[in-house]
Design a binder for this molecule. Structure first.
Ligand code: AMP
Length: 511
C-alpha cells in the first residue's frame, strides 16, 4: 500500500492521540493578542478554520500564502495547516527589507500575505491580493462555522513550502520543499534526537528558517509541547527553560553564546541541567563553546549540518556511548565535527573538495528557476557549495565555503548582493565583500572598497547607503578602504587572497 506522506499526518496525529494536551504555549509578550496555552485539539480546530477561511477567499490547493512574522503560535498554525490542505506556505525572513519582501511575494506569486503587527509599519508598501495583519485580521479570516474543502488529490511530491534563501546570487532563490522532503526530515530528525511525548521544545530558532528546521512537525506528530519564544535573549531562554521544563532547543552558535553569557549572571543552579539537549547548526561551533555548554550549563550538545535546500538535516553528531568516558576536551573535539549522514542520506566529496549529498530531504528544485535547479542537482547529487572532508568513521567536517556566502549570526548573506548595493554608490570604484571571523557573529560582513578618483566618502556614508536598501544583518559592520584589490591575470578579484590576512589564525575558513 502506498499512502502519500503529507504534512497533514503530524497535526492529525497530535489531535487524535494528544488532543487534551497543551500543544502550543504562545509568547505572552507580543503585539497581537496572545493565544496563551492551546491544546492540540484546539490547534487542529483552528487549523481547519484557517483552511475554511482560505476556501472562502477562493485561494485553493497549490496557491501560495506568504507570511512574515516573528515566532508566534499563529505562524506555527500556518506551517502546520496551510501545506496540509495542499496550499503552499511561504515563510519569509522577518529581517528582510521591504524591497526584499516585495520581491519574494511577487516571485512566489503569493495571493495572500500575512504580516506581523510589529513589522507592519516597515512593510506597509508590500501589497498582495489579500493582505492581513496577524492578530485581529487573522482571527477574522478563520471560519469556525464551515468545514474546509478536503485536498482533492493529496500528493507527497507536491510543494508544501517555498523557503527563500540568500545564495550566491543577488536575488534570493525559492527552495521548493515537497511534503515528502518535510516528512522525511521531520521523522528522521525526531528519530535521531529521540524525541518523545515527554519533550518540551522551546523555539529558540526563527520558525521561518527551514520551517523551524522542520521540528514543528516532529514535535506535533509526537505530541511534544512547543513553547513560542519571540525574540532571542540569553536570560529569557534560561527563565523559559525553568518555567516550562524545556528539554530541547535548537539554534545557531550565536544563540548559545548569548545563553552562556547570561548564565554567568544567573542566580543559583542553571535550569535544565542533565535534561536539556541542544541542537546547533549554521556554523561550526568552536570546541571551547561546546565544552562550556556541557560543563557550565549541563546541557547535551548536538550538532547537525544541512541547508535550506536539504530540509535541512544531512548529518548529525550526537554524543554516542563511546564518548561517555572521554575527557571534556576530547569529547568537545569529537562533537565539533558536523556529524555522520542521517539515516537515508548519502554524502560524497567531489574532486574539488565540495560536499555533495543525496537523499529524500533534498529539494525538488528552485521555484521558477530551472537553471539554478539544474546546476544545484547536476549529476544526480546536490551541490552544497561547502568545502569539507569525511574521516574514517564517516564523520563530515566543514572546512571552507566554495560559494560566495557569508554566514553571520546563523543567517546567509550573499556577498554579491551587498557588493551590488555598494557599487551603486557613485564614489565606489571597486568593492569586495567578505566574511571575517568574529566571536559574536561567527562571521562579520566586511567590505573592502576602492574609491573612484577624487572621491572622498567615509565608512558611515557607505554603511548608511547599504542600510537604505538591505536588511540590517546584511549591512557591512566594517568598511576598509584600499588602494587596489588583489586580482588574477584575467582581472577577477581574488577573494581568497583578500580573506587570507583575516583568517590567518583560524584552523578552518568558516566560523
Ligand atoms: P541555510 O541554508 O541558511 O540554512 O545555510 C546553510 C549553510 O550553513 C550551509 O551551506 C553551511 O555553509 C552552513 N552550515 C550549516 N550547518 C553547519 C555546520 N554544522 N557546520 C558548518 N557550517 C554549517
Amino acid at each position: 500500500m502506498r499512502v502519500p506522506l503529507t504534512t497533514r499526518d503530524f497535526l492529525d496525529r497530535a489531535e487524535l492521540v494528544y488532543g487534551d494536551r497543551i500543544g502550543i504555549v504562545d509568547e505572552p509578550a507580543q503585539p497581537a493578542p496572545s493565544l496563551g496555552e492551546v491544546t492540540w485539539r484546539e490547534v487542529a480546530r483552528r487549523g481547519r478554520a484557517l483552511q475554511a477561511g482560505l476556501d472562502a477567499l477562493g485561494v485553493g490547493a497549490g496557491e501560495r500564502i506568504a507570511v512574515v512574522s516573528h515566532n508566534a503560535a499563529r505562524l506555527l498554525e500556518v506551517l502546520l495547516a496551510v501545506p496540509s490542505s495542499g496550499r503552499v506556505a511561504v515563510p519569509v525572513n522577518f529581517r528582510l527589507s521591504q524591497e526584499e519582501v516585495r520581491y519574494i511575494v511577487g516571485h512566489s506569486g503569493a495571493r495572500v500575505l500575512m504580516v506581523d503587527p510589529e513589522l507592519e509599519p516597515a512593510l506597509g508598501g508590500v501589497s498582495a491580493e489579500h493582505r492581513l495583519v496577524i492578530g485581529e485580521e487573522y482571527e477574522q479570516l478563520l471560519r469556525f462555522d464551515a468545514e474546509p474543502v478536503p485536498w482533492a488529490e493529496p500528493d507527497e511530491d507536491a510543494t508544501a513550502t517555498i523557503n527563500y534563501t540568500s545564495g550566491t546570487t543577488a536575488r534570493p532563490k525559492g527552495v521548493q520543499m515537497t511534503h515528502r522532503n518535510l516528512w522525511v526530515n521531520a521523522v528522521t530528525f525526531g528519530m535521531h534526537m529521540q524525541v518523545s511525548d515527554r519533550d518540551v521544545y522551546l523555539h529558540t530558532l526563527p520558525m521561518f528558517h527551514c520551517n523551524g528546521w522542520g521540528l514543528p512537525y516532529t514535535m506535533a506528530g509526537l505530541g511534544a509541547r512547543q513553547i513560542v519564544l519571540r525574540k532571542v535573549d540569553g536570560a529569557e531562554i534560561l527563565r523559559r527553560v525553568e518555567q516550562h521544563g524545556v528539554t530541547m532547543m535548537s539554534g545557531a552558535p550565536a544563540v548559545w553564546n548569548a545563553v552562556l553569557e547570561a548564565a554567568e549572571q544567573w542566580d543559583g543552579e542553571i535550569p535544565g541541567r542533565d535534561r536539556v539537549r541542544v541542537v546547533v547548526a549554521g556554523a561550526p561551533p568552536p570546541s571551547r563553546t561546546i565544552a562550556r555548554i556541557e560543563a557550565e550549563l549541563g546541557w547535551e550538545f548536538n550538532q547537525i549540518y544541512g541547508l535550506t535546500e536539504t530540509a535541512p538535516l544531512l548529518t548529525i553528531n550526537r554524543p554516542r556511548a563511546e564518548y561517555d568516558d572521554l575527557e571534556p576536551e576530547e569529547r568537545a573535539k569529537r562533537l565539533s565535527r558536523a556529524g555522520v549522514p542521517a539515516l537515508g542520506t548519502r554524502i560524497a566529496i567531489s574532486e574539488s573538495g565540495e560536499v555533495l549529498a543525496q537523499g529524500n530531504t533534498v529539494l525538488a528544485g528552485y521555484w521558477e528557476n530551472p537553471d539554478a535547479s539544474g546546476e544545484a542537482l547536476e549529476g544526480g547529487w546536490f551541490h552544497t557549495g561547502d568545502g569539507g572532508t569525511v574521516d574514517d568513521g564517516g564523520y563530515v567536517t566543514i572546512s571552507d565555503r566554495k560559494k560566495d556566502v557569508i554566514i553571520t549570526g546563523g543567517e546567509n548573506v550573499s556577498s554579491i548582493e551587498v557588493e551590488d548595493v555598494l557599487f551603486s554608490h557613485p564614489a565606489v570604484a571597486e568593492v569586495a565583500v567578505i566574511g571575517v571571523p568574529d566571536d559574536k557573529w561567527g562571521e562579520m560582513v566586511t567590505a573592502l572598497v576602492v574609491l573612484a578618483e577624487g572621491e572622498e566618502v567615509g565608512e558611515a556614508e557607505l554603511v548608511a547607503h547599504c542600510r537604505a536598501s538591505l536588511a540590517g544583518y546584511k549591512v557591512p559592520k566594517r568598511v576598509e578602504f584600499r588602494d587596489e584589490l588583489a586580482r588574477t591575470a584575467t582581472g577577477k578579484i581574488q577573494k581568497f587572497k583578500l580573506r587570507e590576512s583575516f583568517w590567518a589564525d583560524s584552523e578552518r575558513q568558516v566560523n
